[in-house]
Design a binder for this molecule. Structure first.
Ligand code: C2E
Ligand code: MN
Ligand code: MN
Length: 406
């Protein structure tokens, strides 16, 4: 299949100009043999390249390019499929924008269009060329440092108490995972994640229940979560718990039950945040909105979990604004390499900033993901990079520390 990839990247500071020519000559050879077209723009700092040709070859070349140590922060902007080539001539061509007029470059690129696939002004690939040439997206190029510029040092201050054992009478147990502000070295909240007494996942726990049992068990479990949180010494902190949105609809007096459990364990409602998963909220938005008002009126905070994973996240905000949203791993994984993910997250950030809704990113595993998200304006995180969930325990946090420059 015919594939087009466009990426941009940053050149490493110490690459001499002669090396650029050698690189292009070599790429020309490789591309020609693979039947791939490469058009490379360079503005003295950033590369912008289009690769077009047979899918396997384009992918192989792109993977190779990603490994090249002469540039960094490689971000894939477009990956598209087409019935015919946009560009006829295979090989590799470089336009050094410091030597060419920008309008001329765009015209030259246009002229390269094959007659079979008339390059049109509304062609996405061509629009990316135009945007790069006009330097319109530059404020969104975050120059994140290499992954190893930070080390993640487990907090030695956290006393390692033995974990709480599952209560004989309780059907469930909880794991706790902190939500942190890494640069402020602050714990924002601790999330209680349900487990079976044997430590199995929430899916596994809920799979053992049928019909409306799920809602009752989910609500009852919050009593266990609050009791464990109190034992773990979280009384001065914020506690986040997950709840199926339909629990509020199906179980009468659910809010009163929660308020009672909160009070019994020495917490106040303002300390508690309830997380609802976006897709479950959307399916019965009107009923949910009513129940959510009751929660808010009682002082309990609301977060929308897995934001952006469904289809209607932004639409949801038109009807109901939570205190915070959580962007899930589905969206943030490898965000530093993906133009589309970056664009979506930036749109979410802009929207939530306007609405004064707090944002946290969940499922952060790589330093680069965290660095990109920080650069984009997110400051609250949860993920294995900082701390995995602790079964019956609060895990120590690995705070990022800037490595000394060599
Ligand atoms: P969630 O609310 O998004 O919770 C975060 C999940 O992501 C947890 O999975 C956690 O272990 C996992 N996670 C955290 N950091 C990372 C990371 O860096 N990488 C990856 N790959 N995963 C990470 P867990 O505990 O299996 O929970 C899954 C989901 O089950 C939760 O997602 C939540 O939606 C639901 N859940 C958990 N506890 C309850 C509960 O008491 N009631 C209800 N209704 N749902 C619950
Ligand atoms: Mn959650
Ligand atoms: Mn999740």
């Amino acid at each position: 299949m015919l594939t087009t990839i466009i990426y941009r990247s940053h050149i490493l500071d110490n690459v001499p100009p002669q090396e650029l020519e050698a690189m292009v000559a070599k790429a020309n050879e490789i591309n020609s043999r693979a039947d791939v077209t490469g058009i490379l723009l360079f503005n003295g700092k950033h590369f912008f390249q289009l690769l077009e040709g047979p899918e396997q070859k384009v992918r192989a070349i792109y993977e190779h390019i990603c490994e090249d140590l002469r540039h960094y922060n490689v971000v894939e902007l477009l990956r598209d499929y087409a019935p015919a080539r946009r560009f006829g001539r295979t090989g590799m061509e470089l336009f050094d924008l410091r030597e060419h007029d920008r309008e001329e470059v765009l015209q030259t690129v246009l002229d390269k269009g094959t007659t079979k696939y008339q390059l049109l002004y509304n062609d996405r690939a061509l629009q990316f060329f135009r945007t790069f040439l006009e330097e319109r997206e530059k404020e969104n190029y975050f120059e994140i440092p290499p992954a190893d510029s930070w080390s993640f040092v487990p907090d030695a201050d956290t006393p390692s108490e033995p974990p709480l054992q599952p209560d004989e009478a309780a059907a469930c147990h909880f794991a706790f995972q902190p939500i942190i502000d890494p640069l402020a070295q602050e714990i924002i909240s601790c999330e209680a994640l349900i487990r079976s007494p044997e430590g199995q996942s929430p899916e596994h726990y809920f799979a053992g229940l049928s019909g409306d049992e799920i809602y009752h068990a989910d609500l009852q479990s919050k009593k266990v979560a609050l009791a464990m949180a109190a034992k773990l010494g979280l009384r001065e902190q914020s506690l986040s718990v997950n709840l199926l949105p339909m629990t509020l609809v199906k179980v009468p007096d659910a809010v009163d039950f929660l308020l009672q459990a909160i009070a019994d364990n020495g917490f106040v409602p303002e300390q508690v945040v309830i997380e609802f998963t976006e897709s479950e909220v959307i399916s019965r938005l009107d009923e949910f909105t009513g129940a959510a008002r009751q929660l808010k009126a009682s002082g309990i905070g609301i977060a929308i979990d897995h934001f952006g994973a469904g289809f209607a996240g932004l639409l949801l905000l038109a009807q109901f604004q939570p205190d915070r949203i959580k962007i899930n791993r589905e969206l943030i994984s490898d965000v530093h390499k993906s133009g589309p993910r970056q664009a979506i997250i930036q749109a979410i950030i802009q929207c939530c900033t306007t609405l004064e809704i707090l944002i946290s990113a969940v499922g952060v595993e790589k330093p680069e993901e965290w660095m990109w998200l920080e650069a984009a304006g997110i400051s609250q995180f949860q993920g294995y990079l900082f701390a995995p969930p602790g079964f019956g325990a609060i895990p120590p946090v690995a705070w990022p520390e800037k490595r000394e420059e060599l």
